[in-house]
Ligand binder design. Structure first.
Ligand code: ATP
Ligand code: MG
Ligand code: MG
Ligand code: MG
Length: 561
């Protein structure tokens, strides 16, 4: 593909509407454009990354013995009444009437439709087990669509449904899907973790979520330090918007004496036990507010930053103040008004004046007080991790981290087959209900999660397997015939070898080509410029580590292949 012909509208500035990095970068990189709240057009580059994830998903689902089909998006209310979910599902289900006044909805998930299909078409144990999946646009009328593809109203999901003879068969299918999901997210090149999960509205007896580990994740995950236990801390969030804050938080007047402070001294000053500072960063901005102590993995880009764990010491200036702890262990909070996770030691919660908000100046609420600013009702939603909270499996210590839910697998049992009376005849001629499972992957969210996990200040850093292109080939001097001829030759040769190459043939300055190449995160950058004309050498740069080397065209081609 040639850059000059591609719909790739990159932006120089961060769009104001975007709050999280994947959303910002996908807008800036020309991957997506918003049509209306939570509804996006996928531009060629965005779609290419989505298709990469889909391809991996399809290969692994097929390998695990599942079959692809495609179910309708418009679904009749009567089917949802049969399952009882027409009443239960709530406002996320977009309901409407057609011209004949028939009630319908847009599919947020497809348990009803698939169970109906199977009850009509599978009648004997001989046809079982069967595992069916689709890759499809889903619609959920999310209360607060945000973060671009992370939480859209319209989004792409792979959803699969299994039908087994009995519990043992369903267990086996579940394990197969668990393994397939491990392979899928490994192949996507992502750092992730399977965690035990709540079953939510879908219901069922057992479930795991697949979490891409990223500081910006909305979910808080507890991980045992000693065994492989990991679980989602659902509902570990409180929202200051809805929390009935009574008075505006004031700035805390706790002033530390200037000079070098050790970790111990800072902890004493804040009256918190040192062992509570799992990974602690202190954020010292010039002016005020001056210091925010954050716990957990955190990426902070303030004016001054010291990592206490590395530095062991922090320099406090004359007018520096320490405002307190943020409520989140992982530190990411998003701009004021977003859901702010509050997971902390009870001891800390009792004394602290929190700072909540984004890790940017003027984006904080300081001196936030748990009782005052978050209503007691919300307190019920806050799950504390105490010193003595231990792993339910081995009794080991628990750590907290953040994740983005990209996949979710459930054992549904006979919930839906009983509600819809979906049965088959077993080998004794007895009528039995199908034992079901259901398996989802947020395909579009996975692309966003990959960016949340892999980026730097210059842009996205795509893992090779899901990058929209593998190579970006820069023609640095399109006006030069020798350089252009070589760029063209390389483009043809690599493309003929099945490599996905984006040729930047635009009449732009090298600097702006470098910027765009970094922004869209293509793993390998190949440059043809003066160096080629003078010495016959190309430059190769890998996006992830910024390593640059020179090679002859033949050597470069060999490396890339
Ligand atoms: P969440 O907890 O984030 O609301 P969910 O638990 O409601 O997600 P599931 O019903 O488990 O979602 O759907 C399967 C997968 O679809 C999720 O694991 C997630 O990756 C994806 N997904 C769900 N809602 C959205 C959304 N609004 N936008 C993008 N992807 C989504
Ligand atoms: Mg949801
Ligand atoms: Mg969920
Ligand atoms: Mg889920």
């Amino acid at each position: 593909m040639r850059f000059s012909q591609l719909l790739l509208p990159t932006l120089k500035e961060d769009p104001a509407e975007a709050e999280v990095i994947s959303h910002k970068l996908m807008l800036r990189g020309g991957f997506i454009r918003k049509l209306t709240a939570g509804v996006y057009s996928y531009l060629p580059l965005g779609l290419a990354a989505i298709r990469k994830v889909e391809q991996i998903v399809r290969e692994e689902m097929n390998r695990a013995g599942a079959q692809e089909l495609l179910l309708p998006m418009v679904q009749p209310a009567d089917l949802w009444r049969e399952s009882g979910r027409w009443e239960k599902y709530g406002p996320e289900l977009l309901r409407f009437k057609d011209r004949h006044q028939r009630e319908s909805c847009l599919g947020p998930t497809h348990e009803e439709v698939i169970t109906d299909l199977v009850r009509m078409n599978i009648h004997s144990y001989r046809q079982l087990p069967v595992n069916l999946y689709q890759v499809q646009t889903k619609f959920r009328d999310e209360i607060r669509p945000r973060f671009g593809l992370m939480r859209g109203r319209e989004f792409i999901m792979k959803d699969g449904y299994s039908f087994d003879l009995d519990e043992a068969g369903a267990e086996l299918t579940y394990r197969k899907m668990y393994d397939a999901y491990q392979r899928i997210f490994s192949r996507c090149g992502l750092a992730f973790r399977a965690v035990e999960a709540d079953t939510g509205t879908i219901g069922g007896s057992f479930s795991h979520e697949f979490m891409v580990l990223a500081a910006t994740g909305e979910d808080v995950v507890v991980i045992c330090q000693h065994c492989d236990y990991a679980a989602n801390l659902e509902k570990a969030t409180a929202n200051p918007d809805e929390a009935g804050r009574s008075e505006a938080p004031k700035t805390l007047e706790k002033v530390a004496t200037p000079g070098r402070k050790t970790v111990t001294e800072v902890c004493e000053f804040l009256q918190i036990p040192q062992e509570n500072l799992v990974k602690t960063m202190i954020y010292l901005a010039d002016g005020q507010p001056v210091a925010v102590l954050l716990r957990g993995d955190h990426e902070v880009q303030p004016v001054k930053l010291q990592n206490l764990l590395n530095a062991q010491e922090v320099e406090l200036a004359e007018d520096d103040k320490i405002l307190g702890l943020t409520g989140a262990p992982a530190g990411y909070l998003g701009p004021v008004g977003l859901k702010i996770p509050l997971v902390m030691d009870e001891a800390v919660a009792g004394m602290v004046n929190f700072v909540t908000g984004a890790n940017e100046s003027d984006q904080h609420l300081v001196n936030v007080n748990l009782e005052r600013d978050f209503s007691p009702n919300h307190r019920g939603d806050i799950r504390m991790v105490n010193e003595d909270d231990r792993c339910p499996r081995c009794g080991g210590r628990l750590a907290l981290t953040r994740g983005i839910e990209v996949g979710h697998i459930f054992k549904l049992g006979t919930n839906y087959s009983e509600a819809l009376n979906a049965t088959f005849l077993d080998d004794q001629g007895q009528s039995r209900h199908f034992v079901m499972g259901c398996f989802g992957i947020g395909v579009s969210r996975t692309v966003a999660a990959a960016i949340e996990q892999n980026h730097d200040r210059d842009g996205m850093i795509f893992p090779l397997p899901i990058a929209p292109f593998q190579v970006i080939l820069l023609n640095l001097t399109p006006k030069d015939e020798v350089i252009s001829a070589e760029a063209e030759r390389l483009y043809q040769a690599l493309t003929a070898d099945g490599i996905e190459v984006l040729l930047d043939d635009r009449d732009e300055r090298p600097g702006s080509k470098f910027k765009d190449a970094d922004l869209i995160g293509i793993p390998i950058r190949l440059m043809v410029g003066k160096r080629f004309k003078n010495d016959g050498l190309l430059e190769i740069r890998t996006r992830a580590d910024g390593q640059t080397s020179e090679a002859t065209p033949a050597a470069a081609e060999a490396v890339i292949k």
